[in-house]
Ligand binder design. Structure first.
Ligand SMILES: [Zn+2]
Ligand SMILES: [Zn+2]
Length: 315
């Protein structure tokens, strides 16, 4: 198994909206932290995109243009979007037309940002309250928004919502974002990883990982699964881990893996480096969510959300 992964930062702001860093300073920060991909997502503007791409030239950092459509009824991340659009006709009870319009303006992956965040007086509308009729118009949910010292507020609900939808059959990826507005940033938090795929640019690898639900979110070890002989073979990646993994996990420490599936079953296994586990995959299992915890299956012990399992249709 052991694929290699890109390390991506998918949610941030600059002085082109309400951030404190200039576009160039944000790119500098992403380079310093050795991100492979930075998606620029200012509120309702694409103004900084060309400068961000220019600032990344000659470096290993790939800039993915995007924006955060910021409304009173919730915030939507549109990765790949290259031109701003009119959305003054947004009807929060029927927002699907606006989601289609994002794609016509270049959006390749559309995600709901911080769905359960309460917001604050200067940034209202953070909680997602639009009634999307066709959830297939959404590609991912930001299950961890890690800005601020109370970054976990609302994230537990966001993760639970994503899990419920995945187990109901929706093809949704899980992503994270630091929602950077200013420095310093808490670096010991969940981030998004995308598997390296031959023949694609780094930006395309991140988009493909989201559209194929292959992103992994982790603040420690990265765990991978492979379907073999009626089981999911689960192991800790030996090629990649969170750059600040040491804050919550030691290399030789075993982790507790849980697997919840669409039948309501819950399995548990202990996994360590050199000690993978095989979790049975009965035929009635179509979808499963796997998570790794430090020692107890409670939210504040969570280390990694694996790519969800989705049974391939028989040809
Ligand atoms: Zn937001
Ligand atoms: Zn934001």
């Amino acid at each position: 198994m052991s694929r290699t992964y890109l390390h991506a930062e998918l949610h941030n702001h600059t002085t082109e909206s309400d951030g404190a860093l200039s576009v160039e300073e944000l790119v500098q920060y992403a380079r310093q932290e050795a991100y492979d991909v930075l998606a620029l997502t200012d509120h309702n503007t694409t103004a900084g995109q060309e400068r961000a791409i220019a600032a990344s030239e000659g470096s290993d950092l790939a800039v993915l243009p995007g924006l955060e459509l910021t409304t009173m009824y919730g915030h939507v991340l549109a990765l790949g979007m290259t031109s701003m659009m009119d959305w003054s006709d947004l009807n929060p009870q029927f927002p699907d037309a606006i989601l289609d319009r994002l794609r016509r303006h270049g959006a390749r992956a559309v995600g709901i940002a911080h769905p359960f965040c309460v917001g604050e007086p200067i940034m209202t509308g953070c909680r997602f309250s639009m009634q999307i009729r066709d959830l297939e118009k959404i590609d991912y949910i930001e299950v961890f928004n890690t800005s601020g010292p109370d970054w976990f507020l609302g994230n537990e609900q966001a993760l639970a919502w994503w899990q419920k939808l995945v187990l109901a059959g929706y093809p949704l990826a899980a992503c994270t974002g630091i929602d950077l507005h200013h420095l310093p940033v808490n670096k010991e938090v969940f981030t998004t990883f995308a598997p390296v795929q031959e023949g694609l640019t780094k930006q395309e690898m991140v988009l493909a990982a989201i559209l194929q639900q292959r992103t992994i979110v982790s603040r420690g070890p990265l765990l991978e699964w492979e379907e073999q002989n009626g089981c999911l073979h689960v192991a800790i990646s030996d090629t990649c881990r969170h750059p600040y993994a040491g804050a919550c996990w030691k290399e030789d420490e075993p982790v507790l893996v849980t697997m919840e599936d669409n039948t309501g079953a819950l399995q548990r296994a202990t996994v360590a480096r050199e000690q993978p586990a095989d979790l049975p995959l009965p035929e009635e299992v179509q979808y499963a969510v796997l998570k790794a915890y430090r020692n107890e299956a409670v939210f504040d012990q969570l280390l990694c959300v694996l790519a969800p399992y989705r049974r391939r249709k028989q040809a």
